[in-house]
Design a protein around this ligand. Structure first.
Ligand code: C2E
Ligand code: CA
Ligand code: CA
Length: 399
């Protein structure tokens, strides 16, 4: 039987001791230390599966410890413990995830056995939740080169998955978002976060956008010729440098016989727009040609109210980081409500992405959110499966 190891860092020995006892009673091999130097010593020798870190400590605080863990590329699951309020704990959790650490959760002091168990389960291999994740392959560091991407484009290795969007109030399908995947010859499916930024860096994003746009429109036209469904496509802000993009995309729509009115262009990182005036002109041209425009990931560092008011958006997407936490975090609920109210007061449709359970969907509906998207409704799927999903959904809803 594999026994999992947990290393505890808390400057208060009594607290550290208590967590150790609780962890041992759950079947873990546990050790606690009170100083950071000792912590990094034990870390190297013990290779723990789980680490608990006190946020407030006199020498190095928890945030600094996590930065050092990130530098060491630690793969242990991290639990942040503290007696501080949820806002500080939430911020610490976000900062750890931004550094690429794997966070099991946060836990408030005084620490109870039940709270710890709910985060880490039991120490032996029979705990499925953590051990199966442990066995799953780690996301490796794949940095494609320019020629990798160019040959993938030449070989048409980029494919689209489609994730449905529904109306909160009726549950009816409103549309689908196209999300690109790379069908790599050796690596299998590569997710967009691993190649979109590289395509942007090497100036290949426009070629990628037109290739997948064409593919998506062709699928959409054939699958839903006579319907009101909309298709959302993601456009990199880095592409907003060519005033002809509006003509190129609208030509692709006409070639595929999809009216631009049925296409929503989702834009992220509006602050990264290279040329704000050109972007404004281009976005206005998109609207003039009939496209809908959506501001993606709203509420993150990349989107802002100024952009929302200045640019001709028709939809606002509440970032999933707020939506996935809405049931646990009052702050997230406040942000969601404010974004919905802001969107509606500007006459925009509001979509919430990252809906992972029924309670969240009901909550969004109670706030008057228009559209919802997320794993609870459906995961992104290949084209054929997405068509079947839309058909089944139609049959399951009252007419
Ligand atoms: P995004 O546009 O914000 O897309 C939503 C991401 O959240 C997708 O990840 C989707 O699979 C994931 N997701 C959907 N439902 C849930 C949920 O309930 N919970 C959670 N935790 N996640 C959910 P994906 O497919 O890995 O895409 C990542 C990002 O890559 C996209 O974020 C988008 O910014 C970018 N991207 C995807 N396709 C394209 C594309 O064709 N062109 C460009 N320029 N960017 C793209
Ligand atoms: Ca999107
Ligand atoms: Ca998003």
């Amino acid at each position: 039987m594999v026994i999992r190891r947990i290393l505890i860092l808390d400057d208060d020995a009594e607290v550290g001791q208590t967590i150790q006892w609780i962890a041992e009673s759950l079947g873990f091999e546990a050790e606690f230390v009170t100083h950071s130097a000792e912590f990094f010593d034990r870390l190297a020798q013990m290779c723990p599966d789980i680490i608990t870190i006190d946020l407030v400590m006199p020498e190095l605080d928890g945030v600094e410890i996590m930065r050092l863990l990130a530098e060491r590329k630690s793969r242990a699951k991290i639990i942040i413990s503290s007696g501080m309020g949820t806002r500080v704990l939430d911020a610490a959790e976000r900062s750890a995830s931004e550094h690429g650490l794997s966070i099991a959760g946060v836990i408030s002091k005084p620490i109870s056995k039940e709270a710890l168990r709910s985060l880490i389960g039991e120490g032996s291999e029979c705990n499925q939740a953590v051990s199966s994740e442990k066995q799953s392959p780690h996301r490796d560091e794949f940095e494609p080169t320019k020629s990798d991407l160019q040959s993938a484009l030449d070989r048409h290795e980029f494919v689209l998955a489609y994730q449905p969007k529904i109306e909160c109030i009726s549950g009816a399908t409103a549309g689908l978002e196209a999300l690109v995947r790379w069908k790599h010859r050796d690596r299998g499916i590569v997710m967009p976060d691993q190649f979109i930024p590289v395509a942007e860096k090497f100036g290949l994003i426009d070629a990628l956008t037109s290739q997948i746009f064409d593919q998506g429109l062709d699928w959409f036209a054939k699958s839903f010729p006579e319907s009101n469904l909309k298709m959302s496509m993601n456009i990199s802000a880095k592409s907003l440098v060519d005033i002809n993009l509006a003509d190129n995309l609208s030509d692709l729509c006409h070639q595929n016989m999809v009216p631009p009115e049925r296409v929503v262009l989702e834009l992220t990182e509006t602050s990264a727009m290279v040329d704000p005036i050109l972007s404004l002109d281009l976005m206005t041209r998109f609207r003039v040609k009939g496209f809908q425009l959506s501001i993606d990931d709203f509420g993150t560092g990349y989107s802002s109210m100024v952009q929302l008011v200045r640019l001709p958006f028709s939809e606002i997407k509440v970032d999933k980081s707020f939506v996935v936490r809405s049931q646990q975090s009052r702050e997230s609920r406040t942000v969601i409500k404010s974004i919905i109210d802001l969107g509606h007061s500007l006459g925009l449709l509001v979509t919430a992405e990252g809906v992972e359970d029924l309670d969240t969907l009901n909550y969004l509906n109670s706030l008057g959110c228009d559209l919802a998207q997320g794993y609870f409704i459906a995961h992104p799927m290949p084209g054929e499966a997405a068509c079947r999903w839309v058909e089944r959904r139609k049959l399951s809803l009252p007419v």
